[in-house]
Design a protein around this ligand. Sequence first.
Ligand SMILES: Cc1cc2nc3c(=O)[nH]c(=O)nc-3n(C[C@H](O)[C@H](O)[C@H](O)COP(=O)(O)OP(=O)(O)OC[C@H]3O[C@@H](n4cnc5c(N)ncnc54)[C@H](O)[C@@H]3O)c2cc1C
Length: 500
Amino acid sequence: MTTQATGAATGTATRTGIDAVAARARELLPAAGVITDRAQLRTYECDGLAHYRVTPALVVVPEDAAQLAAIVRTCAEHGVPFVARGSGTGLSGGALPHAEGVLVVTSRMRAITDVRRADQRAVVEPGVINLDVTRAATPHGYYYAPDPSSQQICSIGGNVAENSGGAHCLKYGFTTNHVLGADFVTPQGDTVALGGAAPDSPGYDLLGAVVGSEGTLGVVTSTTVRLVRLPEEVRTILVGFETTDQAGAATSAIISAGIVPAAIEMMDALAIEAAEAAVHCNYPDGAGAVLVIELDGAAVEVEQEYAEVARLCEENGSFEQRLATDPAERALIWKGRKSAFAAVGRISPDYIVQDGVIPRTALPEVLKAIADLSRESGVRVANVFHAGDGNLHPLVLFDDAVEGAGDAAEKVSGAILDLCIEHGGSITGEHGVGMDKAKYMPRMYTDDDLDTMQLVRCAFDPQNISNPGKVFPTPRLCGEVPGRKKAAHPLQQAGLAEVF
Ligand SMILES: Cc1cc2nc3c(=O)[nH]c(=O)nc-3n(C[C@H](O)[C@H](O)[C@H](O)COP(=O)(O)OP(=O)(O)OC[C@H]3O[C@@H](n4cnc5c(N)ncnc54)[C@H](O)[C@@H]3O)c2cc1C
């Protein structure tokens, strides 16, 4: 595997600029919030995608939105690139620092400033940990529905930037469906309010553009999130199958029957082996696949759905079904699933967590093709994923100490994304494009598509200083004519848009 540095985005990011930002940050922040020591800087050199590493020139840890805006403004004045970072759990290298830039860490902005029961809303700072929103809302009878498996550590700012999903997004929707408004610092350092308390605002949906923009349009400093009422009844069922085909067929049968469970998660034999080794979750012996199915809602409805789900699983070949009878058993079932990524470390020294999405009905075919790829290449692949959404997370296992093993794993990983595209899916389901998948964007989009996206980016960030080098395959300067084709974008030719 290679260690790469993001290319210099502006060419104007000089030591003087960094020094100016550091000086401004020292005026604003306590000494501990301005990090320049090389050894300390290195602790921020990667996110959850640890094979890309870049040491930032400067790390700042603001304590409030005004400080953050002032730091971004100083970056803009000096043309210094900056990268926002929440908890650094991203799996696509989105928070990978810029070697000549500033890393703006939101971990000291962790206030939940308001929980409004009557409105079913909470207002939270960007560094707030996802699970803490639910902890704050639970006494009011509510919770925050989007629940990445990293929910104990990832931040709401990171969730907004990645449009994060999670097990319960099948029924309740992704982050974008739960964000009503945001305070947002533009790459020029101005603070604007996007969205708001009203259900709809006139004009362009700029909040919609920011959610999922991976820090390339600016920095979120406060978010108003929707809260969901705690259900009257929750049933969690662990179902064992001999094959992933059977588990996939059961998933399709449940959805076809008009039932939308709160979650349907699938793990294959290798993922089960890893989870058992790590957290002893006591999944069914000899299972080639398990489904974790959760039903929630009114008790009478859940009762009826449960009977139907049990029948459909049996019809599709389940050999064991286990209904959690108490919170401890429910927690153990989820522990197996939620710790699966980390657990894979028990069976392989290195692995790539891939993230692609396919139509749910293509699951059996794609899983079979992944198994074929694995057999042909000799690279082991464990599957653990949100089956209900068709959101795959193949874990491609390798040993970096073995010559060429990393490259072979990366090849298999890329081939899996090709499979997703071929089956009408996408190269990312919920982990974003970041640094890692920028090179795959042209497999999904035409040059014109990518240029159109760049025009949006340029409208927000004409200097190209907000998380440059991420998402798009060729870092371009705003004002620079795209390199791959000579003509201007059709929108420009028609006089409808301008590249700054
Ligand atoms: C074990 C594990 C399980 C995971 N499971 C899931 C899962 O089920 N579903 C899922 O969707 N993801 C999952 N992830 C991925 C990751 O947790 C999410 O992408 C999460 O949203 C990242 O949040 P973070 O605070 O760590 O962000 P970071 O990693 O710090 O940053 C992620 C991106 O957001 C940008 N960003 C951060 N804060 C801001 C801000 N305030 N304003 C603007 N941009 C910002 C960064 O620049 C970067 O591009 C998992 C990760 C791990 C390690």
